[in-house]
Design a protein around this ligand. Structure first.
Ligand SMILES: NC(=O)c1ccc[n+]([C@@H]2O[C@H](COP(=O)([O-])OP(=O)(O)OC[C@H]3O[C@@H](n4cnc5c(N)ncnc54)[C@H](OP(=O)(O)O)[C@@H]3O)[C@@H](O)[C@H]2O)c1
Length: 336
């Protein structure tokens, strides 16, 4: 039974992975319905606000059945959100067992297992839990660490500069690289920059039609930015001296705590160097996306502007390398 459960749960995880960025900020969830050791239906949660995986799998059933087992990668929800509670769909005349991978860490959704047990349906939990949590790093980071999932991105020359000394950075990387950044932006709830980037680049920080636009955030401790900048057209969240302290390093946690309270599950930190440096030093980040172009500057604004020893490590694991014509992108994940 144990190995069979793992086998079917791995298939449910595969199902969950079919979802793309449209699902955010919801988790990717997959569901299988199994009868006499055969998969008779499957489904996944495709987009935010859409049918949950359990609903899709039940809707896909083509026959009337009894004593079936449901395999689902996340504890079925017990609350009414954009859709009805999934536990209402789990009918004891169809199911006699539910196998769950991860428990739902969302405090407003918990209670699923208890409700299923109350229907006299047996429950097995934590099957392939580690594997299934890996498909939802944003969701689990937000609920378990009580902060947004932080992705940092920068465009660099091969010698590690993000701008010329005069602040000019348009454009280090090519159009293909920048298009991929627009996609990344559309997958994030918010996008954060420092005061100098807002002033020098005057960016719009949108996804250029690639999907939803993230909420803009500026760190402007000195409140020196003029309202005519493009970013103010989109009502940004501004972190100023009213809430920030004098030590930039301590401010990273202050900012992330506030974004958690505002239900922001993922944030893309786009720089500049000062901003990225303090996120890096704080350790409060999860991914680093570096786009390199085949250029050298010799001097300029560096991505990292404090001094470290080569013995220091940021605990980064190389996850992916992609080519964008003559540019390349490396994705590192932080190891905890
Ligand atoms: N190539 C790329 O990917 C890329 C991306 C973005 C920007 N850039 C370039 O980077 C340059 C700007 O970088 P930069 O390093 O000079 O400045 P920056 O990081 O854009 O902004 C620094 C300012 O932001 C505020 N700030 C940021 N983090 C803070 C913290 N933890 N606590 C308190 N305040 C904080 C402070 O504002 P106050 O002064 O108000 O205290 C600080 O002086 C521009 O030339 C831009 O073009 C390049």
């Amino acid at each position: 039974m144990k190995n069979k459960d793992k086998y079917f749960m791995k298939l449910a995880i595969k199902e969950a992975k079919k979802a793309n960025n449209e699902v955010f900020p919801n988790p990717k969830v997959g569901c299988l319905i199994v009868k006499d050791e055969k998969v008779i239906s499957r489904g996944f949660h495709r987009r935010y606000g859409g049918r949950h995986a359990e609903q899709v799998a039940i809707d896909n059933l083509s026959q009337e059945i009894t004593n079936a087992t449901m395999y689902v990668t996340l504890e079925p929800c017990a609350h009414k959100g954009k859709t009805s509670p999934c536990i209402d769909l789990i009918d004891p005349s169809i199911f006699n067992r539910v196998v769950i991978s991860s428990l739902d860490p969302n405090p407003s959704a918990v209670g699923g297992i208890k409700a299923i047990l109350n229907k006299k349906i047996s429950v097995t939990k934590n099957v392939c839990n580690i594997k299934s949590k890996k498909i939802n790093p944003r969701f689990f980071t937000y609920h378990e660490k009580k902060r947004p999932y932080v992705i940092m991105k920068a465009a660099l020359t091969l010698d590690g500069f993000i701008a010329e000394s005069n602040g000019i950075s348009k454009w280090i990387t090519n159009e293909n690289s920048r298009r991929s950044v627009h996609e990344l932006r559309s997958s994030c709830d918010a996008i954060l920059i420092g005061n100098k980037t807002a002033l020098i680049d005057n960016p719009s920080l949108d996804s250029h039609g690639k999907g939803k636009d993230p909420i803009p955030i500026i760190i402007d401790r000195s409140k020196s930015l003029k309202k005519k900048l493009k970013i103010f057209k989109r009502t940004p969240i501004v972190f100023s001296g009213d809430i920030l302290k004098s030590k930039p390093l301590n401010n990273v946690k202050i900012i992330l705590d506030e974004l958690y309270e505002r239900n922001i599950q993922s944030v893309l930190v786009e720089g500049g160097g000062f901003t990225i440096t303090h996120f890096l030093n704080s350790g409060f980040f999860d991914e680093l996306h570096l786009y390199y172009a085949p250029k050298f500057l010799g001097s300029g604004i560096s991505i990292f502007n404090t001094i470290r020893s080569i013995k220091d490590s940021s605990n980064l694991i190389l996850k992916k390398v992609d080519k964008f014509k003559n540019d390349f992108r490396v994705i590192y994940k932080r190891k905890y």
